[in-house]
Design a binder for this molecule. Structure first.
Ligand code: MN
Length: 408
C-alpha cells in the first residue's frame, strides 16, 4: 500500500500528511466546537465539507458534534467509510474546490478535549517499567508480581479529570509519609512525576455481560492519543496498598488533542516481544499478538530527557481490551484505556522520572544547570511520538503538553 499524494503539496515525510488524518474537536472565533481533521498545518472542517460534498449524509451529524463520541458510536464500518472519503477528498484534484474553502489554519483554532471520556482504565503493560518500579518500591521481593505475566494489570482511574493537552497541571496536596517516619504528614506532593503512555479510544458500545474477544477487539479500537498520567509518587507510595493507585493519580491525566485512527497505524503493527508463559486462551487470538512501533520523546523544559519505545510493550492493545471486558464489563463510546508507562530496555528509553532518577536519588541535570529528581513548579513537559506509515510516510501522533502550577 502506498500513501497517495495530496493536492495540498505536503512534504512526503510530514507527520500530518494524508497517511495520518487524525480527528479532533476545534472551534474558531465565537463558533461552536465541531469535529476537525488535521492535515498539514491546517484543520479540515469536516461537518462543513460533508454538507458541501453531500455524499456522506450518514456521517454529517457525527461530524457536527462537540465531541467524537457520536462518531465513536457508529463503529468500524463507518470509521472506514469516513477515512476513505477524507482520503479521496484530499488526494483527488477535482475535489480541491469543495475542500479548500473549509480548511482553517491551525493557529486560528481552539482545540478542546476530543472525547467525552466514559470510563478510564490505566494498564501496566511494560515489563521494563513494572520491573523497575518493583525494584524501587519492593526491593526485597521479585521485581514482577506473580500475576504480571498472566494478565494485563490495570486499575480504574478518574475519567472526569482527563484534560486536553495544554491544560495547566496544579500540584496536588495529599498525605505522604516521609522516609523513616511512623505517621504521615499532609501537604503539596514533593514527588510529582510524569508517565509517558499511549491511550486507546474505544467505540461501538457493547451490552453488559458480553465479553469482547481478542479477535473482536479491532471492531472497538478507534484510535490512539498520547497520554501523560501525572503521578504524585509520595501520595501514591503511602496510599496504594492494598487497593492500588487513587489520589496520587486522579488529579489530572492529559491527552493529546488529536486522535490518530488505528487504521493509520497499520504499517506500524509489529509482533510483541514474546509472551512466556503462554497466556490463558481468552488472551489469545487467531493471530499472534501485535504491538505498535511508535517512537516517543519526553521533553522537559525544551530538553529531550528520554525516548521511550512502544514496541517493547509486553501486552497488545487487543489483549488489554479483551481482559478489560472478560468479566462482562460493557464498553461505552468514549472509553479510554491507557497502556501504562512506556519504558524500554535502555536508560534513555524510560517513561517516568521515578525510573529516570531512581526515585529522585540520581537527579537529571538540565542545560540551565538545574537538577530534577521530580518536577518543579513552572516545569513544562511535552510528549511527542510518531510511527512509520505506508511507503515511507510518517504518521505523527502530535503532542501532549502540560505545565506545573503551584497548589492553591
Ligand atoms: Mn500510568
Amino acid at each position: 500500500m502506498t500513501a497517495p499524494a495530496s493536492w495540498l503539496d505536503l512534504p512526503p515525510d510530514h507527520p500530518f500528511g494524508v497517511a495520518t488524518l487524525p480527528y479532533g474537536v476545534f472551534a474558531t472565533g465565537a463558533g461552536t466546537p465541531r469535529v476537525g481533521v488535521r492535515v498539514g498545518e491546517q484543520v479540515l472542517d469536516v461537518a462543513a465539507v460533508a454538507e458541501a460534498d453531500g455524499r456522506v449524509p450518514e456521517l454529517a451529524a457525527a461530524f457536527g458534534a462537540a465531541t467524537l463520541n457520536p462518531l465513536l458510536s457508529l463503529g468500524r464500518p463507518a470509521w472506514r467509510r469516513a477515512r476513505a472519503w477524507l482520503t479521496e477528498l484530499l488526494t483527488q484534484p477535482d475535489r480541491r474546490a469543495v475542500v479548500a474553502a473549509h480548511l482553517v489554519p491551525l493557529d486560528r483554532v481552539r482545540l478542546s478535549l476530543p472525547i467525552d471520556v466514559a470510563d478510564y482504565v490505566d494498564f501496566y503493560a511494560s515489563e521494563y517499567h513494572a520491573s523497575n518500579v518493583g525494584r524501587i518500591f519492593r526491593p526485597d521481593s521479585p521485581p514482577l508480581t506473580p500475576n504480571w505475566k498472566h494478565l494485563p494489570i490495570g486499575y480504574h482511574g478518574r475519567a472526569g479529570t482527563v484534560v486536553v493537552s495544554g491544560t495547566e497541571i496544579r500540584r496536588p496536596r495529599g498525605q505522604r509519609r516521609p522516609p523513616g517516619a511512623a505517621t504521615p504528614t499532609f501537604g503539596p506532593s514533593q514527588a510529582l512525576d510524569i508517565e509517558a503512555e499511549l491511550g486507546f479510544v474505544v467505540g461501538q458500545a457493547t451490552e453488559l455481560g458480553t465479553p469482547v474477544s481478542v479477535d473482536e477487539a479491532d471492531e472497538h479500537l478507534f484510535g490512539v492519543v498520547l497520554l501523560n498520567d501525572w503521578s504524585a509518587r509520595d501520595i501514591q507510595a503511602w496510599e496504594y496498598v492494598p487497593l492500588g493507585p487513587f489520589l496520587g493519580k486522579s488529579f489530572a491525566t492529559s491527552i493529546s488533542a488529536w486522535v490518530v485512527p488505528l487504521d493509520a497505524l497499520a504499517a506500524a503493527r509489529v509482533p510483541v516481544p514474546g509472551q512466556d508463559p503462554e497466556p490463558l486462551p481468552y488472551l489469545r487470538g487467531t493471530k499472534p499478538p501485535q504491538g505498535l512501533d511508535i517512537r516517543c520523546e519526553v521533553e522537559l523544559n525544551g530538553t529531550v530527557i528520554s525516548r521511550p519505545t512502544y514496541r517493547d510493550m509486553y501486552w497488545s492493545p487487543e489483549q488489554m481490551l479483551a481482559h478489560m471486558t472478560v468479566n462482562g464489563a460493557r464498553l461505552r463510546d468514549g472509553d479510554l484505556f491507557a497502556s501504562g508507562t512506556i519504558s524500554g530496555p535502555r536508560d534513555d528509553s524510560l517513561g517516568c522520572l521515578l525510573e529516570l532518577t531512581r526515585n529522585g536519588t540520581q537527579p537529571l541535570r538540565l542545560p540551565d544547570g538545574s537538577t530534577r529528581g521530580y518536577l518543579t513548579d513552572g516545569d513544562r513537559v511535552t510528549l511527542r511520538a510518531w510511527a512509520p506509515g505506508p511507503a515511507g510516510a510518517r504518521v505523527g501522533l502530535g503532542e501532549v503538553t502540560g505545565t506545573i502550577v503551584p497548589p492553591r
